[in-house]
Ligand binder design. Structure first.
Ligand SMILES: *[C@@H]1O[C@H](CO)[C@@H](O)[C@H](O)[C@H]1NC(C)=O
Ligand SMILES: *[C@@H]1O[C@H](CO)[C@@H](O)[C@H](O)[C@H]1NC(C)=O
Ligand SMILES: *[C@@H]1O[C@H](CO)[C@@H](O)[C@H](O)[C@H]1NC(C)=O
Length: 353
């Protein structure tokens, strides 16, 4: 009985962790997967997959490295967009819940990470397909219309619909509960994917003698992922706060979301939604997953969130000087090399108290 009790306790602990955000995201950071691409992925060894995801993994195992790669570029973009902020999208190595408890709550931060990770999966799978590294997908041949003024169709139009389908089937597979958090995750995941479709553009290449543009061929291309990151960051800043409503339906209680403020425009499918407020991330708190901002580098001249006032939450900052070696007095020699001297420059570095 004691063993059974312990087992149940463990089991409940695990499901609690799994209920908040996807454990399989650990594919993107886990050291056991650093050789992604060179080793076959063992679907049963990926933590936290629901049965539908496991089936998907087994059926489409050749695109699983791209799925993992997609979460990785999503997280890298998150860390870039939040680099100067109190919460900076830090992941932790020694837990399958790679963001710690931070994303357990239905905050703006959770909204952003879900959207950027699901966009990342769609993006990476689409890219892999157009590069020919998967056999079940390829270029998009349906979107070719009539050629334009001075150009014709050529190259490989990226099939963003296939990439989005993979992201929808795989990343949303566990978001089918009738609760508010599932509804929020589904919405934000879709917002991430739609942002890619909305930013597809016609990319062209010139052909002709010595760079002349006699013949131009064009194809549909995904934008640089940074474009998606910048766009989603704007959506984070203007995210819509929702409230949870409970309805009784034939299948039981169902939670849905409705905008909290009726005088704002209701969110569209490209907007991010959340319904719980964020902690201020000023002090370390293992319960909320905040690391606090002590020892973080701040910008003395900025009045923004990366400035010492806001980043340090009014606690003040320390200043130290740092010497850095840099190249200087560079001279161009005919022809063709550059020689430089090495200079030492002194910088002030400010860190939060
Ligand atoms: C986390 O894992 C990565 C990859 O193995 C490693 O480079 C990094 O140093 C680790 N970070 C910490 C804080 O352990
Ligand atoms: C992000 O925050 C963590 C925790 O405060 C800190 O250790 C890390 O250096 C920060 N990363 C960047 C890029 O500022
Ligand atoms: C600090 O902030 C100022 C003003 O916003 C900006 O011009 C400068 O590039 C920032 N410095 C760093 C190191 O980010």
């Amino acid at each position: 009985m004691i063993y059974l009790g312990y087992f149940l306790f463990l089991f409940c602990g695990l499901t609690r962790v799994m209920a908040s955000y996807p454990i399989w995201w650990s594919l993107a950071v886990g050291h056991q997967y650093t050789s992604l691409g060179t080793q076959p992925i063992l679907c049963s060894s990926i933590p936290g997959l629901v049965p539908k995801q496991l089936r998907f993994c087994r059926n489409y195992v050749e695109i699983m490295p791209s799925v993992a790669e997609g979460v990785k570029i999503g997280i890298q973009e998150c860390q870039h967009q939040f680099r100067g902020r109190r919460w900076n999208c830090t992941t932790i190595n020694d837990s399958l819940a790679i963001f710690g408890p931070v994303l357990d709550k239905a905050t703006r931060e959770s909204a952003f990470v879900h959207a950027i990770a699901s966009a990342g999966v769609a993006f990476a799978v689409t890219r892999a397909c157009s590069e020919g590294s998967a056999t079940i997908c390829g270029c998009d041949t349906r979107r070719k219309g009539p050629p334009g003024e001075g150009w014709k169709w050529g190259g490989c139009s990226e099939d963003v619909e296939f990439g989005s389908m993979v992201s929808r089937e795989f990343a949303d597979a566990r978001e089918n509960r009738p609760d508010a958090r599932s509804a929020m995750n589904r919405h934000n995941n879709e917002a991430g994917r739609v942002s890619i479709t909305d930013h597809m553009y016609l990319k062209c290449k010139c052909h002709g003698l010595s760079g002349s543009c006699e013949v131009k061929t064009c194809w549909w291309s995904q934008p640089d992922f940074r474009v998606i990151g910048d766009y989603m960051k704007d959506k984070y800043d203007s995210a819509s706060e929702m409230v949870v409503e409970k309805h009784r339906e034939s299948r039981g209680w169902v939670e849905t979301l409705r905008p909290k403020y009726t005088f704002f425009k209701p969110p569209t499918e490209t907007d991010l939604v959340y319904y719980e407020s964020s902690p201020n991330f000023c002090e370390p708190n293992p319960e909320t997953g905040s690391f606090g901002t002590r020892d973080r580098i701040c910008n003395l001249t900025s009045h923004g969130i990366d400035g010492c006032d806001l980043l340090c939450c009014g606690r003040g900052h320390n200043t130290r000087t740092e010497k850095r070696k840099e190249k200087c007095h560079c001279i161009f020699h005919w022809c063709c090399y550059v020689s430089c001297q090495e200079c030492t420059r002194v910088y002030d570095v400010h860190t939060c108290k």
